[in-house]
Design a protein around this ligand. Structure first.
Ligand code: DDH
Length: 286
């Protein structure tokens, strides 16, 4: 068992579990990033409900949301870390794991602060339907992300996480990866969105997505309708092009937006301590 507050030891243990030869593309990284995002992306600024505090996905109301299908794999990967460091909250573990995974997959360093609580406040529970639907377009994407307090530039930056991982028919109904190397973070998602021709395709389950056949890979790459909405919308498109052209700018903006994402709904005092949590801890990882 590690000493309470030893986040460096936790980070080291998260790094060790990323390599998963039997799982997807050999990495737990992408699904851990999605767990961090979905734990936080339920936030509603107006009612101050949802967000990563409370780790509500442990319970059926949130964990059983069809939008969270598949994330039990991520939670299961992390369980040994929680067992080894029982002082750590799930809410901190899930957000930290996403950040460590991004960094280990060649992504940017994202500032992270601990102190989230696992205390579930029933009045703060998010209803289902707060996470985005890939079948929809720009209006829906704006509706979802404005609710959290993000602007158009931040929405495009965050969407660059689709450099990682893949869609699964048995989880979302969609199929395939966005890029040829889905365990390496980069701005390739934006480059491919701009450069390639994307053809509509209806899968045998009736789900509609866009595809580009990659000859070297002998596999179809995919884009969600909500992904291509970014290049079709006149406010989003300039940011897609900027991030396609400038990887450093993308890394900087992605880091800032993801750091903001995992802090949604969390109020800290000047020293960084969370004031709306019941089991506040100190310490930082940067
Ligand atoms: Fe996503 N995402 N996401 N996404 N996402 C899926 C997979 C992954 C949408 C839909 C889907 C973000 C935004 C959006 C990741 C990170 C992020 C899948 C496939 C769907 C569908 C699930 C499955 O079948 O397994 C939509 C819609 C949006 C939107 O913005 C409108 C954001 C903001 C992030 C982020 O991390 C900041 C990652 C990583 C994956 C790959 C997961 C995996 O298992 O691999």
């Amino acid at each position: 068992m590690s000493n309470s507050g030893n986040y460096e030891a936790v980070a080291a243990d998260i790094k060790k579990l990323l390599h998963q030869p039997e799982y997807d593309d050999g990495s737990a990284g992408p699904v851990l990033v999605r767990l961090a995002w979905h734990s936080a992306g339920t936030y509603d600024a107006e009612t101050d409900t949802g967000g990563s505090n409370g780790a509500g996905m442990r319970y059926e109301a949130e964990g059983g949301d069809p939008a969270n299908a598949g994330l039990q794999h991520a939670r299961t990967f992390l369980e040994p870390v929680k067992e080894k460091h029982p002082w750590l909250t799930y809410a901190d573990l899930w957000t930290l794991a996403g950040i460590i995974a991004i960094k280990e997959m060649d992504g940017p360093t994202i500032p992270w602060k601990p102190g989230r609580t696992d205390y579930v406040d029933d009045s703060k529970l998010p209803p289902r339907g707060r996470l985005p639907d890939g079948a929809q377009g720009a209006d829906h994407v704006r509706f979802i992300f404005y609710r959290m307090g993000f602007n158009d530039q931040e929405i495009v930056a965050l969407s660059g996480a689709h450099n990682l991982g893949r869609t699964h028919k048995d989880r979302s109904g969609f199929h395939g990866p966005w890029v040829p190397n889905p365990t390496r973070f980069s701005n390739q998602y934006f480059r491919l969105m701009v450069e390639l021709e994307w053809k509509p395709k209806t899968l045998d389950n009736g789900v509609k997505q866009f595809v580009h056949y990659d000859e070297d890979l002998d596999e179809e790459l995919m884009m969600l309708p909500s992904d291509l909405a970014l290049i079709q919308d006149k406010e989003f498109a300039p940011w897609v092009k900027k991030y396609a052209a400038d990887k450093e700018l993308f890394y900087r903006d992605f880091s800032a937006a993801f750091a903001k994402l995992v802090e949604l709904g969390i109020k800290r005092d000047e020293s960084g301590k969370i004031v709306n949590a019941d089991n506040v801890k100190g310490g930082y990882i940067s």
